[in-house]
Design a protein around this ligand. Structure first.
Ligand SMILES: [Zn+2]
Ligand SMILES: [Zn+2]
Length: 192
């Protein structure tokens, strides 16, 4: 079964408020005018929101599942530093048996936001436009980098039989054991 066929997704979509609330439309947008005016000040922000298109090979953040950003913003002369964690659920397929796997990523982030085209030219920073700072690209990057490349349903997953496709986690199949050709040469010497 595809992870997208999960029955949990429609409920949240149906109950979400539509239109009107600008903060709901851009849940990761933070106003930082006061923070920038007083250098060295700090503010804690916890934001939740859906970020579309978070997927890697065989792993996806389910549609409608919110990403949580739990971050501390601090102003410094060149911009704003952002430190904390981002959290997102994921579902995927086991690399060995193809069975469903689920988990949560919770990467730690330590990034900077700096004015676009600023004098200092902080190339590694996320853009700070005016007094608005968008945490969404930061959260997106952090989750994408942290999604597992080859998830397993369990560390000891036995995988599928390469001959009949049976799931060996459910028990052995009837296929003859695959014999390493180097040993079969020895067997033929031994057999009469
Ligand atoms: Zn597995
Ligand atoms: Zn088999």
């Amino acid at each position: 079964m595809s992870p997208r066929a999960s029955s949990t997704r429609t409920l949240t979509e149906a109950t979400e408020p539509r239109g009107g609330d600008i903060r709901a439309a851009r849940p990761f947008l933070v106003q930082v005018a006061a923070l920038r005016k007083a250098l060295g000040t700090t503010r804690h922000e916890q934001r939740h929101g859906v970020i579309e298109g978070l997927a890697a090979v065989g792993v996806v953040v389910p549609d409608g599942s919110p990403v949580t950003a739990d971050l501390t913003l601090s102003s410094y002369p060149g911009g704003i530093s952002v430190v904390g964690t981002v959290r997102a659920p994921w579902v995927g397929e086991c690399r060995r048996c193809g069975g469903p796997v689920a988990g949560t990523v919770e990467p730690t982030v330590r990034e900077r936001y700096a004015p676009v085209g600023g004098v200092d030219g902080d190339e590694d920073a996320y853009p700070l436009s005016g007094d608005e700072l968008d945490l969404e690209p930061l959260a997106r990057d952090a989750v994408l980098l942290d999604l597992p490349l080859a998830p397993l349903c369990s560390p000891g997953c036995l995988g599928l039989c390469p001959q009949c496709g049976a799931n060996w986690n459910a028990g052995p199949c009837a296929c003859p054991a695959v014999v390493d050709p180097r040993w079969s040469a020895l067997d033929s010497l031994r057999d009469p």
